[in-house]
Design a protein around this ligand. Structure first.
Ligand code: UDP
Length: 330
């Protein structure tokens, strides 16, 4: 298929592009490089542009014969979404509306949308199924929930076919070592811990050890970015006009902050200094997916289960690219 990846120069988008291309799909990337990396997009396949440029989106979709969109372009810093919600609603909501309307104009009726477990807020029941109430506790989660609702309305009224994939904690890197995780600023646990192993940071701060979990630190469901990418491709094949899929993407196995740090020590062979500090506001104690619906609906099975293989994958990239893509400040 001819697929347009918005945000295809970002972390999850670039890995999806890599897996799509490996599976023989024709990939085009639309990215304004505000957070993405030129080197993460497939060579000669990047169109630089912003989601608000509807005319450019229509032109790209028509001229490249695009049949489906995977929409990764979004701001995703939870803390920043609290202090600057306007930035998030503009980009994640208004920008996505611009994309959906460009798709209608260009006659493209399939979209795979990056949603998030943040749409659940603090879940009542863990592992979390898709039946859990969606009650976000920050603007980032709301922007994604709003767009799930918009897509449902567009499906009903305009025949849009969509899959809203609710990611848990994306992690790891491409198995050929060509692309990996590089955020600026970096806020995610695994890359920050690996930065300590690389000597780029003195210590890792553990945000709270008084949570109601076995070791007192927060538990998350770390899902390998290639497994996420596989699910996107399978979802694309399952999308039907006028209907939506809502699927959790996680492994169903949680790891605590302490367990992640310990896995990093074992994988890197480094003493990684850690210090407990106050809780980070807005962190639910435990987010673990029940992803049985995705397994059943898509015939999908994550290949990386357990924190160690995921950390090994991430370490392969970080060790080889201590400065990430090396394009900071550009
Ligand atoms: N975390 C931490 N120290 C850090 C970064 C993250 O203790 O420097 C914790 C964070 O509180 C959460 C978990 O690690 O419980 C995963 O955080 P991350 O930001 O990677 O992903 P999130 O779950 O927030 O999407």
């Amino acid at each position: 298929m001819k697929v347009l990846l918005t945000g295809g120069a970002g972390y999850v988008g670039s890995h999806a592009g890599w897996v799509l291309a490996r599976n023989g799909h024709d990939v085009w990337v639309f990215d304004d490089l505000s957070y993405g990396h030129r080197a993460a997009a497939p060579a000669g396949r990047l169109v630089e542009g912003n989601l608000m440029d509807g005319d450019l989106l229509v032109d790209v979709m028509k001229s490249k014969g695009i049949e489906a969109v995977m929409h990764f372009a979004a701001f995703a810093y939870v803390g920043e979404s609290v202090t600057d919600p306007g930035k998030y609603y503009q980009n994640n909501v208004v920008g996505t509306l611009s994309l959906l309307d460009a798709m209608r104009t260009a006659g493209v009726d399939k979209i795979v949308f990056s949603s998030t477990c943040a749409t659940y807020g603090v879940p009542e029941i863990v592992p979390i199924t898709e039946q859990e109430k969606q009650a976000p506790i920050n603007p980032y989660g709301y922007t994604k929930l709003v767009m799930e609702r918009v897509m449902a309305d567009y499906a009903h009224a305009y025949g849009l076919g969509y899959a809203a994939l609710r990611y848990f904690n994306a992690s790891g890197a491409a198995s050929d070592g060509s692309i990996g995780e590089d955020h600026d600023p970096e806020t995610h646990l695994i890359p920050l811990v690996l930065d300590v192993a690389l000597g780029k940071r003195k210590e890792i701060l553990i945000f709270g050890d008084d949570y109601p979990t076995p070791d007192g630190t927060c538990i998350r469901d770390y899902i390998h970015v290639e497994d996420l990418a596989d699910a996107h491709i399978l979802a694309l094949e399952k999308i039907t006009p006028g209907a939506g899929l809502h699927l959790n993407l996680g492994t169903g196995a949680g790891a605590s902050v302490q367990e992640v740090i310990q896995a990093c020590r074992e994988v890197t062979g480094c003493d990684i200094a850690a210090r407990v500090v106050d809780r980070r506001p807005g962190d639910p104690p435990m987010l673990v997916a029940d992803a049985s619906l995705a397994r059943k609906t898509l015939g999908w099975e994550p290949k990386f289960v357990g924190i160690k293989p995921i950390v090994e994958s991430a370490w392969g990239w970080h060790k080889a690219h201590p400065e990430g893509y090396g394009d900071r400040g550009k």
